[in-house]
Write a protein that binds this ligand. Structure first.
Ligand SMILES: Cc1cc2nc3c(=O)[nH]c(=O)nc-3n(C[C@H](O)[C@H](O)[C@H](O)COP(=O)(O)OP(=O)(O)OC[C@H]3O[C@@H](n4cnc5c(N)ncnc54)[C@H](O)[C@@H]3O)c2cc1C
Length: 434
């Protein structure tokens, strides 16, 4: 084999790069600092809850073509769950309303003309917000593009906060416009929601590791790269706590770590490299019950409900665990987590009770609050401008990660796309590509 491709970071960007580069003629080695791969999309055993949970609920759309290509290559397509149709059940707790958004599958948005399929009380004129988002200039924020009304309050603003993990006042309209262009504007077939049936690791990590083993890719966990040596415009060795790994003339590197780690490793050699510096957190609350609730109607069909008029945004039901997502959660940083969990549990009861065969108990059997403090970069216009491309001035090193200039916010799709772009930037091509 001609040289070694070292991929530093075993999150979604690094694993997607490894899956893409496996079989492209180089020996591939993944160095992951943690005990297991997956990074910000992983599952683990929670002793307090007594079950396995994900670090956070992750929703995919059928338009996430890079993710679906990865799942196809790794044989993991059948590990996903979802309604199999572009359906999104919602409850508005502030205005006591419930509906199921039921998008028509083709490009023609027939659903907007059918009151029982669309957002209640929306005006057709509000659809102009979508056009504004898709044509937004780089410096516009989401609020600059949203027309006031029910469509914005009940769909576009919640969609923006989930997609950008940034509030509408500061979130980049251009980044949201990119998501709209790749999803809603293509029709319902591009908007079918999916999530990991058993867990993020079971869908996104374990099948990939099996595939990589088969492709003779070496995956080293607990393998932290602590520094890089650079000479004559190329990386010459990787520093680790156990000693240096010298690089040969054909060896290449994909740096698929988080933005602060990449900056730390590269700033001595590339002082002009800019990376995003502001981050937003995501709060996930997992409530375990003694008995698995039995959902009804579109909650049963989808496995989740969108919540408007509450701190909670999405409630997922998996067996006996109800998991709640709260995005753009920096605003809640000073609140007591147990107090927040109490408030949110009451909202979960209001949101779910009429969609279950039995009402939820006054208190869950156990609960776990998971703060992902740096869940994503803050998707503001200013931070978006600080994202570097894959290629770097170091000829044998490319960058990957959801924070690089993918044109998308921090998402699985963006992370995986960045991994594949890094492989391309190093001049490697997977023989299975057209
Ligand atoms: C709670 C939560 C909910 C989310 N929800 C969604 C969602 O619904 N839909 C969606 O599409 N996206 C969602 N995302 C975003 C998605 O998870 C991320 O965009 C994606 O996982 C980022 O992957 P990455 O590989 O770029 O980075 P990371 O996952 O951060 O991977 C970087 C890896 O590098 C390793 N590393 C760091 N330093 C070193 C070192 N020195 N040496 C070796 N290894 C190192 C880390 O351990 C890590 O494994 C969510 C994220 C969070 C946190």
């Amino acid at each position: 084999m001609a040289g070694i491709l070292h991929i530093i970071g075993g999150g979604m960007a690094g694993l997607a790069a490894a899956v893409d580069a496996a079989g492209a003629g180089m020996h591939v080695v993944v160095h992951e600092a943690g005990r297991s791969c997956g990074g910000r999309a992983r599952s683990y055993e929670d002793k307090h809850l007594g079950c396995r949970i994900d670090n956070g609920n992750h929703l995919l759309l059928s338009s996430n073509k890079t993710v679906f290509r990865y799942l196809t290559l790794t044989g993991a397509l059948d590990t996903l769950a979802g309604p199999g149709a572009p359906l999104f059940p919602f409850v508005d707790l502030a205005e006591d309303a419930r509906w199921t958004l039921d998008l028509s599958r083709g490009r023609m948005p027939w659903w907007v003309f059918q009151p029982h399929r669309r957002v209640p009380d929306m005006r057709l004129a509000e659809l102009r917000s979508l056009y504004s988002l898709m044509n937004a200039p780089d410096n516009a924020t989401v609020v600059d593009c949203l027309l006031p009304g029910a469509l914005s309050r009940r769909l576009l603003a919640p969609f923006a906060i989930s997609a950008l993990n940034t509030d509408c006042e500061s979130g980049s309209a251009a980044l949201l416009g990119a998501v709209v262009r790749e999803s809603l504007s293509l029709g319902g077939d591009a908007c079918v929601p999916w999530f990991a049936r058993d867990g993020l690791s079971e869908s996104l990590v374990d099948p990939a590791l099996t595939y990589l083993r088969y492709m003779q890719v070496e995956v080293r966990t607990q393998s932290r790269i602590t520094g890089l040596d650079v000479a004559h415009g190329r990386v010459t060795s990787l520093q680790t706590p156990d000693g240096d790994i010298a690089l040969g003339p054909d060896d290449r590197i994909i740096l698929a770590v988080t933005a602060p780690v990449a900056h730390g490793l590269l700033s001595p050699h590339l002082p002009a490299l800019a990376v995003p510096t502001e981050f937003e957190s995501i709060l996930n609350l997992h409530f375990r019950l003694d008995e698995a609730p039995q959902p009804l109607g579109s909650f049963a069909q989808c496995g989740f409900i969108g919540v408007i008029g509450s701190v909670a945004e999405w409630v997922f039901l998996r067996g006996s665990v109800l998991s709640v997502t709260v995005s753009a959660a920096n605003r809640l940083a000073n609140q007591d987590p147990d107090h927040l969990a109490d408030i949110i549990w009451q909202d979960v009861r209001r949101a779910c009770d009429t969609a279950l065969t039995q009402p939820l108990p006054a208190r869950p059997a156990a609960q776990r609050v998971v703060w992902e403090k740096r869940a994503t970069f803050a998707a503001t216009p200013a931070q978006n401008r600080m994202r570097p491309g894959s290629a770097t001035p170091l000829v044998n090193l490319a960058l990957a990660g959801d924070w690089t200039a993918t044109g998308l916010p921090s998402t699985l799709e963006g992370a995986m796309r960045s991994g594949i772009r890094a492989v391309e930037a190093l001049g490697l091509k997977n023989p299975t590509d057209p």
